[in-house]
Each structure stands twice: as C-alpha cells, then as structure tokens.
Design a protein around this ligand. Structure first.
Ligand SMILES: NC(=O)c1ccc[n+]([C@@H]2O[C@H](COP(=O)([O-])OP(=O)(O)OC[C@H]3O[C@@H](n4cnc5c(N)ncnc54)[C@H](OP(=O)(O)O)[C@@H]3O)[C@@H](O)[C@H]2O)c1
Length: 317
C-alpha cells in the first residue's frame, strides 16, 4: 500500500463514527472496550430487548439465559418448575440488572403456546430459543407409545409452534433470531436413543431450511447441536458415557458458542471431536457410523438399570 493510501485509510478510521480506534503518536491502537460495546449494542439492537428461552431454569437453557442477560437482553424464561424459574429471575436481575419474566408452562400441553403468546403480547421479543427437551433411551419397542408421543410433543411440536408463531412476528418486525437446540445425535440414526435422535434430526432440518427462508426477512436462524453436555439430562440417563469416546462440555461453553453463531452460521456443533462425529458420516457409508454408535451405546448402558430399558425423563411437573 502506498504511503498516501495508508494515510487515507488511517484518516478514514479516525473519522469512523463507531470510534473504535484511538490514536497515540502515529500508531493506531485498537480500543477493545469500544469495539465490545459496539458489538453488544448491535446484538441488543437485533436480538433484544427481550429473548424467550424455553427450559431456561436448568442446564443449557439456563446457560443461554445467563449469556443473553450478560449481553443486556431481558429474559422470558419458560419451564414447569416455578421455584427454579424464581431462582433464575433473582440471579439474572441481581447479576446483570436485566428484567426477567417467568412463565410456568408445560410445553407438551396443547394450550401452552397460546398461553405464552398471551403472556408476552406486551413485549418486544427479538430472539426465541426453543431449548426445552427431554430424552428417551432404551429399546424403541420396549418404550410406551405415550412416552414417545410426549417426546414428540416437547422436542418437535412445541419448537415448531414457537418458531411458526414468533417467526411471523420477527419477520414483520424485520429483525431478530431463532436459536434452535438440536443435538449431535441429529446427524445420524442413533440406535437405543432412536426416537430422541429422530426428533433432533427434525429440528436440524427445520432450522437449516428456515435459515435460508427467513434471511430475506432479516431473521437469523441457527441450529445449535451440542454433544454430551454436563446437565441433568445425561446425568439421569442409564448410560455410562465414560465408555463412549466423547468429551463432556460445560453448558456455559455450549451456550456461548450457540449465541456467537447467531447471524453467522446455519448450524453449529460445539467441540472439535463432536464436529468430527457430525461430519464423518458424510464421508463414510452411513450404515457404518449408525452401527458403531449402536454398538457403543448398547455397551454403555448401565447394567444396574437394565440394559435396554426405556426411560422417559422429566415427565413430572
Ligand atoms: N445435555 C446434553 O448432553 C445435550 C446434548 C445434546 C442436546 N441437548 C439438548 O439441549 C436441550 C436442553 O437440555 P439440557 O441438557 O439442558 O436438559 P435439562 O438440564 O434436563 O433441562 C431441560 C429443561 O427443559 C425444561 N423442560 C422439560 N420438560 C418440559 C416441559 N414439558 N415443558 C416445559 N419445559 C420443560 C426443564 O425445566 P422443568 O423441568 O422445570 O420444566 C429444563 O429447564 C434439550 O433440547 C436437549 O435435547 C442436550
């Protein structure tokens, strides 16, 4: 670059309305504080002032609510256990000074989505995170039809309904986002967790497609597909995950990666090894990784719980 062009660029930077650079002597010094404030302001402008997070009182949902609140976004937390919702509200208000509204709802209840719509109609929601989910592990044929239908209502129907209702509102607003929470298990069939993996494949497919469909409306759609994450969900599964070559991540780490991907990526899988598992099945005949995971999970079932017992989780209110 010629001296003349360099001088012109420096002058342009100096005049930048974002004021992200300050100058000492002749060298530009990046003002990281100002850059961070600008990024935060843009984030809040697009995805704030309110975000709705389902399953916000525990695990990954709670970590997402915290991460969003730390960026100055007000939180609407949805779940069934009110005592944990109250705790979340207290923590977020105290730690970040944001506003929090809690909605006690069982998302498998067909009226829950209209209840959420009614109770949030006065708020300007810029981001929706349909995160609440349960797993169902064990032999598919040993599980009850009721447990499988319950799984579909929470993991598939509720996120679809929320995306449909809020998607239309966000499109009308001309900006905002939807952060779906799928799973690494969405990327292939997973024996012994078959229907759970299938529900997550639905979310991955829906989100990938909506990423393209909603873009022209100014709405960013991203699918976060965590691998094994340290929450109550895997802790309560009858599976000894230490027998599977997979690393456990912290929910805070997973939440940060998901939120960072908003507006940048259609899909994100946190962790290098998880990324490998998500993509290797595109290089190999699909039957191979499906059989491999079937073998690994089958042998990781804890003997004391019954090898292939079906265990519907979290069905209590
Ligand atoms: N942890 C992992 O290893 C992992 C890996 C991949 C994907 N994921 C996905 O991440 C998401 C969050 O899972 P997590 O690990 O954070 O699980 P978690 O710790 O068990 O939390 C589940 C959350 O969902 C809420 N919930 C459960 N049933 C509900 C219902 N019927 N109506 C409303 N809310 C309900 C729970 O609150 P209440 O019980 O109070 O209702 C809780 O806030 C799920 O979609 C899961 O599939 C998790």
């Amino acid at each position: 670059m010629s001296d003349l062009k360099l001088a012109a660029s420096v002058e342009e930077l100096r005049r930048s309305p974002m004021s992200t650079c300050s100058f000492s002597t002749s060298w530009p010094v990046l003002d990281f504080g100002a850059i961070r404030r600008t990024i935060m302001a843009e984030f809040t402008e697009k995805y704030g002032p309110w975000a709705l997070v389902t399953g916000a009182n525990a695990g990954i949902g709670k970590a997402i609510a915290n991460e969003l609140a730390s960026r100055g976004i007000n939180i609407i937390g949805v779940a069934r256990r009110q005592v944990l919702l109250d705790q979340l509200q207290e923590e977020l208000e105290e730690d970040y000074g944001v506003e929090v509204r809690t909605i006690r709802a069982d998302l498998t209840d067909p009226d829950s989505i209209s209840k959420i719509e009614l109770l949030t109609s006065d708020l300007d929601i810029g981001l929706v995170v349909p995160n609440a989910g349960i797993e169902l592990s064990g032999a598919f044929i040993d599980s009850t039809l009721a447990a499988n239908e319950h799984l579909l209502r929470l993991n598939v129907v509720a996120p679809m309904q929320l995306a449909k209702m809020f998607g239309a509102k966000l499109a009308a607003r001309g900006r905002g986002g939807i952060l779906f929470v799928s799973s690494l298990f969405a990327y292939q069939g997973i024996p012994w967790v078959a229907n759970y993996a299938a529900t997550k494949a639905y979310i991955l497919s829906l989100g990938e497609a909506l990423h393209v469909e909603m873009k022209p409306h100014g709405v960013d759609v991203t699918v976060l597909s965590p691998g094994l994450t340290d929450t109550d969900m895997p802790a309560n599964m009858p599976v000894n995950f230490s027998k599977i070559p997979i690393f456990k991540q912290h929910p805070e780490q997973v939440a940060r990666i998901g939120i960072k991907a908003l507006g940048r990526k259609a899909t994100v899988v946190p962790g290098l090894l998880n990324k490998f598992y998500a993509w290797e099945n595109r290089l190999l005949p699909r039957s191979f990784p499906v059989a491999l995971f079937g073998f690994l999970i089958r042998h990781a079932f804890r003997k004391d719980t019954g090898a292939t017992r079906a265990t519907p989780q979290s069905q209590t209110s």
